[in-house]
Design a protein around this ligand. Structure first.
Ligand SMILES: NC(=O)c1ccc[n+]([C@@H]2O[C@H](COP(=O)([O-])OP(=O)(O)OC[C@H]3O[C@@H](n4cnc5c(N)ncnc54)[C@H](O)[C@@H]3O)[C@@H](O)[C@H]2O)c1
Length: 108
């Protein structure tokens, strides 16, 4: 079975998505097993608690280092809206699969 490794942010939605990623292999017959490889957030003060509580293997504060990591092949973004476009572009440019739910607006 192919394996996917992913990264997520640890704010409110980071926690809800951590919960989902932690259950997906058990609840669904997924073609690729999800591996919770690296949680990423610029705030590091409770990193150890966070990865233990949610089952992540690593923690990283620098998103660019996550994008440069060949062991990560899927990025799940949970940052504030104004960061979605630049972070999505960086992840895609680095060849990552991307999951992001964004409320983009076009101003005329
Ligand atoms: N809160 C909700 O109910 C809800 C529901 C649906 C969608 N969303 C969307 O989810 C996204 C995140 O919302 P949230 O409520 O989880 O916000 P949040 O503020 O709780 O979490 C955002 C996290 O991003 C981190 N962060 C900010 N800049 C960073 C950077 N450069 N590198 C690494 N980490 C960085 C912050 O430290 C924080 O932990 C938003 O796009 C929001 O619209 C939120």
């Amino acid at each position: 079975m192919a394996k996917k490794r992913e990264i997520i942010l640890r704010g409110f939605m980071g926690r809800t998505h951590s919960n989902a990623w932690g259950q997906v292999n058990r609840l669904f017959d997924v073609p690729a097993k999800a591996i919770m490889h690296t949680a990423c957030d610029k705030v590091t003060e409770d990193a150890e608690y966070y990865i233990d509580a949610w089952g992540w293997q690593n923690f990283e504060s620098d998103f660019s280092r996550v994008c440069a990591n060949n062991e990560v092949n899927l990025v799940d973004l949970g940052t504030p809206n104004h960061l979605h476009a630049p972070m999505a572009a960086e992840a895609i440019t680095a060849g990552k699969h991307l999951r992001v739910k964004s409320h983009w607006q076009v101003h005329w």
